[in-house]
Design a protein around this ligand. Structure first.
Ligand SMILES: *Cc1c(COP(=O)(O)O)cnc(C)c1O
Length: 482
């Protein structure tokens, strides 16, 4: 049996890699940080990298590549059709997932676009453990609606439930009975459930979902973008998985799925994506869409260099020594923040550390976007860039009504193999300071609100001059130095 955990002392995570290429960071003065976030309309998506010290916006496309990945990129076989590089990826995917077919796409949402167009008719209902922003947008665009049926515990921010990404089986049966299987083209399971804090589902839960779907002849589509973290949690938290290797676990999950799609910006530490499938008839249908939207079948919108990097990256994801890096750092961050009394999502998930902004800023009403305000405030006091995952990330309904999110989270992503422990400790220190001074933080209001995916481009203003007060307090405590 292999060990996937690497700690020393009192739960200090140990990096199982060394750094061989570095990038210089800037820590600009707090006045510039205030100016930058103002120019960005208090939307961290609109900040410029030159103003950012530690970028915890996302793990998408910013994971550190390995020496083996970079070496593989040098031997990439550039050709429009029939590239050797693509054959290597195809073979690696069939080796790992055990399915017959692979279709390349330029990133994860491209898979969602194509699968939604092919599988969804107007009026269809899509049960899922939880939605992801781009997934929901594509399903709705094709006339479908989503039914989120995670277990009740999923939405409890503080919990000791090891598998908050599990699907509620009774609710699944209820939806099928209510709408009928003909209206349900597939059940979607998302590994490492992104929007509720990178929370995993268990192998046992997936087996139960499979049983129900078999009974009614419904497909299971697995969003495997965050599969790596889910695998780590299965292996470390689920009794029946303890003696399975990461490869065996991956194969077990794959055997329970009909279609798997993934963003290689996350899974495989590169950039790209693709659809993995066994059913030949469906494969042929999907295949027609690839040249139309993505590119020819042997590159699908990806550069051959990235394809080589994915092949090696997927192999490294199966490495029992490496899979722990991000979850262990996140667990450390969660535990240290809890010691300071900062409200965080527990248990620690994958992807990043998630701060409960509703509780952190309980004086800010939800329609003034507490998670957005917290993202803005944290950037000002630290240069750390996080991402709002709350009401700002929701979309108005067809009547223009703004749905209030179930949770207001500030997500601080820990891209794989990127940060050092002292950078993580710096972030913890500044978050602690902000928590002590949280009453200084005020709300936000839209000045420019796009209709679709408004969190990407929307601009907001502060409801009062709270940011200058925050800067004044910061300088009293820290001087002018940082
Ligand atoms: C990031 C992500 C996607 C979309 O992938 P992109 O490559 O960003 O288009 C889909 N599902 C989940 C769970 C994700 O985390």
């Amino acid at each position: 049996m292999t060990n996937v955990k690497f700690y020393y002392g009192e739960n200090v995570p140990l990096e199982m890699h060394k750094v061989r290429i570095v990038q210089k960071l800037n820590l600009v003065p707090i006045e510039r940080r205030l100016q930058a976030i103002t120019e960005a309309g208090n939307n961290t998506f609109l900040l410029k990298n030159a103003d950012i010290f530690i970028d915890m916006l996302t793990d998408s496309g910013v994971n550190a590549m390995s020496d083996r990945q970079l070496a593989a990129m040098m031997i990439a076989d550039d050709s429009y059709a029939g590239s050797e590089t693509f054959t290597r990826l195809e073979n690696k995917i069939s080796e790992i997932f055990g399915m017959d077919y692979f279709l390349p796409t330029h990133q994860g949402r491209a898979c969602e676009n194509i699968l939604s167009q092919i599988l969804i008719k107007p009026g269809d209902v899509l049960p899922m453990n939880y939605h992801f922003t781009t997934t929901k947008a594509h399903i709705v665009l094709n006339g479908g609606s989503i039914e989120e049926i995670p277990i009740d515990e999923a939405l409890n921010i503080t919990s000791d439930c090891p598998f908050k990404g599990n699907m509620d089986i009774d609710k699944l049966k209820g939806i099928i009975n209510k709408h009928g299987a003909a209206k349900i083209p597939f059940v979607r399971l998302e590994a490492g459930t992104n929007l509720i804090g990178g929370q995993p589902f268990s192998l046992e839960n997936m087996e139960e979902v499979r049983q129900v779907c078999d009974e009614f002849g419904i497909l299971i589509v697995l969003d495997a973008s965050l599969l790596a973290d889910n695998l780590y949690f299965m292996k470390t938290r689920e009794e029946k998985c303890k003696d399975m290797s990461i490869r065996e676990l991956t194969r077990a999950i794959s055997d329970l799925s009909d279609i798997i799609y993934f963003s290689a910006r996350k899974l495989g530490c590169a950039r790209g994506g693709g659809i993995i499938i066994n059913d030949q008839e469906l494969f042929l249908k999907i295949r027609e869409f690839i040249p139309l939207y993505e590119g020819f079948l042997t590159y699908g919108g990806m550069s051959v260099r990235e394809i080589e990097a994915i092949t090696v990256g997927l192999d490294e994801t199966m490495d029992e020594d490496m899979i722990n890096q991000s979850p262990q750092f996140i667990e450390f961050m969660v535990e240290e923040l809890q010691k300071k009394g900062v409200p965080v999502v527990t248990p620690a998930g994958g992807l990043g550390c998630h701060i409960d902004a509703m509780k952190f800023l309980d004086h800010i009403p939800q329609n003034q976007y507490p998670a957005g305000a917290l993202a803005s405030a944290l950037f000002i006091v630290s240069g750390v860039r996080g991402m709002e995952r709350g009401t700002l990330s929701e979309q108005r309904d067809e009547h223009g009504v703004e749905p209030l999110a179930n949770m207001e989270l500030l997500r601080l992503a820990l891209p794989r193999r990127v940060f050092t422990l002292s950078q993580v400790k710096y972030a913890i220190d500044r978050i602690g300071w902000l928590h002590e001074n949280r009453r200084l933080v005020g709300g936000l209001t839209f000045v420019d609100e796009p209709k679709n995916l408004r969190f990407f481009f929307g601009k907001l203003d502060t409801v009062s001059d709270w940011q200058t007060q925050l800067v004044d307090r910061f300088k009293k405590d820290f001087g002018d130095s940082m």
